[in-house]
Ligand binder design. Structure first.
Ligand SMILES: Cc1cc2nc3c(=O)[nH]c(=O)nc-3n(C[C@H](O)[C@H](O)[C@H](O)COP(=O)(O)OP(=O)(O)OC[C@H]3O[C@@H](n4cnc5c(N)ncnc54)[C@H](O)[C@@H]3O)c2cc1C
Length: 366
C-alpha cells in the first residue's frame, strides 16, 4: 500500500497525518524533537481556523485542544490611553507543546517517530524513495511531505538556501503563573504600544493558571546580547520602564519566565511548493511576519486544501499544483499584510496603529 512520510510533527504535520489516516492512507510522521519536548511558545488562533481544524481532524477542536478562549482585545498606549477595545468572538490561546500533545493523542503512537532530524533524501529514477535522518534512520515511502517549519531543511534540500528578509523586529515570549491577573481579565488579550517607537508588550491568558506575555521590539532598540535568561530579564526591565505601573508590576512577578526569542522574518512566495514527489506544507512552504496571528490558520488551510485535492485525484503532481494555485495568492497577500502591520508598528502608536491580527479569514482563504 502507498505510504506517505511526513517530516515534522507540528500543527501542519500532525493534522495532515490525522486527516490522511482518517481518509484511509498509511502515514508516518518523523519529528526532530523528543516526545517530551516542551517547545516554549503559544498560539492565538482564529475561530475560523478552529473550524478548519474540526474539518481536518473530524473532532470537536474546542473539546480536543487545550487553552483559553479570548473574547476581547484591548489596545493601549504607554500612557494607558485606550486605542482600541474590540470583541474577538471566540479566539483561542494555547501553549504549543500542549496543543501538539492533543493532536498527537489522535494518532496511534507508532505513527510518530520522535528524535528524527531530516538529513537528506535518497532519489532514484527522478523520484525520492526514502528520507535519511541525522541519527542514521531511513524511512522509505511513496510521497514525502515537508512540514518542518519556518527554517525548513526539506525546503533547503529541494530549492537551496531561502532568501529570508532581514530581521527588523524581535519578539521575546514567556509565561506568567498569576491567578489574580487571570481572575481580573480571564479572556482578555491586552497589548500596550509605545507612542514613538517600535515597542509593544502584551498579555494573553492561555490556561486556568497561566498567561503568555510577549515583548515585540525594533531590533535597533537592543544593542546588547539577549542570549541568557539574565540578559533577557535585564533588557525587559529596561524597556518596560515606559509602560504603566500595572505592566511593570506584572513583569516583576517571580513567575515571569522567558521561553523563546523569535527573530521574525519572512520570504517571498515560492514559485512552487513541490519538487518531484516531495511537497512542502505549513511554515515549511511559506512564512509571514508574526503580526497577523495567522500562521496556524494557514497551516490548517494548507492541510484542508491538500485533503480536498486528494479527494479529487491521487495524482501527486496535480495535487501539488492545485495547492500552489489555490493557496499561493492568499499566502502572498498574507506576507504583504505582515509587512504593512510591521511598518505601522515600527512608527509607534502616535503615528499609526494597525490591528495586530487578521480578523477576516476570507483574506486567507475563499
Ligand atoms: C514565538 C512564536 C509565536 C507564534 N504565535 C502565533 C500565533 O499567535 N498565532 C498563529 O497562528 N501562529 C503563531 N506562530 C506561527 C505558528 O507557530 C506557525 O505558523 C505554525 O506553528 C506553523 O505550523 P507548522 O506545523 O508548519 O510548523 P511548526 O509548528 O514550526 O512545526 C514544525 C515541526 O517540524 C519539526 N522539525 C523542524 N526541523 C526538523 C527537521 N530537520 N527534521 C524533522 N523535524 C523537524 C519541528 O520540531 C516542529 O515540530 C508563532 C510562531 C512563533 C515562533
Amino acid at each position: 500500500m502507498m505510504k506517505t512520510v511526513i517530516i515534522g510533527g507540528g500543527v501542519a504535520g500532525l493534522s495532515l497525518a490525522i486527516a490522511m489516516r482518517n481518509a484511509g492512507y498509511v502515514v508516518t510522521v518523523c519529528e526532530r524533537d523528543e516526545r517530551s519536548s516542551s517547545n516554549g511558545h503559544a498560539f492565538l488562533i482564529h475561530p475560523d481556523a478552529m473550524a478548519v481544524l474540526e474539518r481536518v481532524v473530524e473532532t470537536d477542536p474546542y473539546h480536543l485542544m487545550p487553552g483559553r478562549t479570548i473574547d476581547r482585545l484591548l489596545l493601549k498606549n504607554a500612557d494607558d490611553d485606550v486605542l482600541d477595545d474590540m470583541a474577538l468572538d471566540g479566539w483561542v490561546c494555547m501553549k504549543r507543546c500542549e496543543a501538539m500533545q492533543a493532536l498527537a493523542s489522535q494518532l496511534p503512537p507508532e505513527v510518530i517517530q520522535y528524535g528524527r532530524s531530516f538529513s537528506h533524501f535518497i532519489f532514484e529514477n527522478e523520484k525520492a524513495v526514502a528520507v535519511v535522518f541525522a541519527n542514521g534512520d531511513i524511512e522509505y515511502g511513496d510521497w514525502f511531505i515537508g512540514c518542518d517549519g519556518a527554517r525548513s531543511a526539506v525546503r533547503q534540500a529541494l530549492f537551496g538556501p531561502t532568501d529570508y528578509t532581514p530581521v527588523l523586529v524581535k519578539e521575546i515570549l514567556g509565561t506568567i503563573d498569576k491567578r489574580e491577573l487571570l481572575e481580573r481579565n480571564p479572556h482578555m488579550f491586552t497589548k500596550y504600544l509605545s507612542r514613538d517607537k517600535g515597542l509593544a508588550i502584551g498579555f494573553i491568558p492561555c490556561s486556568d493558571v497561566e498567561l503568555i506575555w510577549f515583548l515585540q521590539f525594533d531590533v535597533n532598540l537592543c544593542q546588547t546580547s539577549i542570549n541568557t535568561q539574565e540578559e533577557i530579564a535585564a533588557f525587559c526591565k529596561e524597556v518596560v520602564r515606559e509602560f504603566p505601573e500595572e505592566v511593570k508590576q506584572i513583569m516583576e512577578c517571580k513567575s515571569v519566565v522567558a521561553n523563546y526569542v523569535w527573530n521574525t522574518t519572512d520570504f517571498e512566495l515560492l514559485p512552487t511548493f513541490h519538487d518531484r514527489n516531495v511537497l512542502l506544507i505549513g511554515d515549511a512552504a511559506h512564512v509571514a511576519l508574526p503580526f497577523t496571528s495567522a500562521g496556524v490558520a494557514n497551516a490548517l488551510l494548507d492541510v484542508n486544501c491538500f485533503m480536498q485535492a486528494l479527494g479529487e485525484t491521487t495524482d501527486f503532481e496535480t495535487i501539488c499544483k492545485t495547492m500552489h494555485i489555490t493557496r499561493g495568492p492568499h499566502l502572498k497577500n498574507h506576507v504583504a499584510m505582515g509587512r504593512e502591520i510591521r511598518a505601522s508598528f515600527l512608527q509607534g502608536s502616535d503615528k499609526s496603529v494597525k490591528l495586530p491580527l487578521i480578523k477576516d479569514m476570507a483574506v486567507l482563504a475563499d
